[in-house]
Design a protein around this ligand. Structure first.
Ligand code: PSU
Ligand code: MN
Length: 302
């Protein structure tokens, strides 16, 4: 038996068939500094509630797979150091050994699916890193999107990644990449990466329908819903380009590899932009929470 520990709110929502949105926890432990990480996690939960759905933040706490965290649990996780960053490979091991771990996009999708939750909001997904032809660093998030039927709402992929290669891998894996309300694929801090997304949709109902239709057609996997950052919160690519190059150079000099790469780059960019990257990150996550909630409400109708 898989030990799922539902929060009271999520248990009630499941019983009533209410809209539920899954939320990841690696963004809390490895994506943002304390205390903004906990403040943002709370603000995102509040935004989901305001948008007519119930938030389910997912994490492993002392071996318990939690679907929905209470306020004290969020605070503890946000302050904790040495929390494992869990993906498909180490998820079950963390539960089996009674440890604490935060779930990445990949692990959150797996847990959401086990809990019967079909949509999940985050900031950005992992992707193909620059120089992947040498390092082979391709996030397990991409393969998860091909395997697990959860629609993930993110603001596209960060320019720390190789966005064209990320789109190529998603195409190879047969993952629907849907830009929401525009033609271009967004680039996290900016509304466009300069490339068109393969699919455009303008309504949450279409996204929910496409999700269900894939399952009915016997196609495994989820969907990537790429929701552009609000215009008012954008940081221009010109400003970010030299900062990203600096962060990548620092990562190389410091010998960073494997799962440490993404958290290292996020932290360096936060430092180099004097916190501006974080403000944009918070704005886009809230925006993604609203779109994911709208999709969850569509699922709750059917
Ligand atoms: N991108 C962000 N913020 C994040 C992450 C990615 O802009 O917090 C986190 C997510 O949890 C994502 C993970 O699933 O990093 C990807 O890590 P990796 O590149 O090691 O697969
Ligand atoms: Mn990696």
């Amino acid at each position: 038996m898989i030990p799922l520990n539902f929060s009271q709110d999520v248990a009630l929502a499941r019983k009533n068939g209410d809209a539920i949105v899954a939320l990841e926890s690696t963004i809390i432990t490895h994506g943002m500094p304390y205390p903004q990480n906990v403040e943002t996690a709370r603000a995102v939960e509040a935004e989901v509630r305001k948008s007519g759905a119930v938030p389910a933040t997912i994490a492993v706490l002392d071996g318990d797979l939690c679907i929905g965290l209470n306020d004290a649990q969020l605070e503890t996780l946000g302050q904790a150091s040495h929390v494992a960053k869990l993906s498909r490979g180490d998820f079950a091991a963390c539960i089996a050994t009674g440890k604490t771990g935060a779930t990445t996009v990949a692990a959150t999708m797996i847990a959401a699916h086990l809990a019967g939750i079909k949509v999940f909001a985050t900031g950005g997904i992992g992707g193909v890193h620059r120089g992947a032809e040498i390092s082979f660093d391709i996030s397990a998030d991409l393969r998860e999107l091909a395997l697990t039927p959860v629609s993930v709402v993110g603001a596209g992929a960060k320019a720390i990644l190789d966005i064209p290669k990320t789109l190529e891998v998603l195409e190879t894996l047969g993952v629907p990449v849907i830009a929401f309300g525009q033609d271009d694929f967004p680039a996290f801090w900016s509304q466009s990466c300069g490339l068109a997304a393969p699919i455009r949709m303008d309504s949450a109902a279409q996204i929910a329908r496409a999700h269900d239709l894939r399952a009915e057609m016997g196609l495994p996997g989820g969907q990537l819903v790429a929701n552009p950052i609000p215009k008012s919160a954008e940081i221009s690519a010109d400003i970010l380009a030299p900062i990203i190059n600096q962060a990548l150079q620092d990562a190389q000099n410091d010998g960073i590899n494997a799962k440490a790469v993404t958290p290292y780059l996020l932290k360096r960019i936060f430092e180099l932009t004097e916190g501006k990257s974080l403000a944009a990150n918070i704005a886009l996550v809230l925006n993604n929470a609203r779109v994911a909630s709208a999709i969850a409400r569509e699922f709750a109708k059917s």
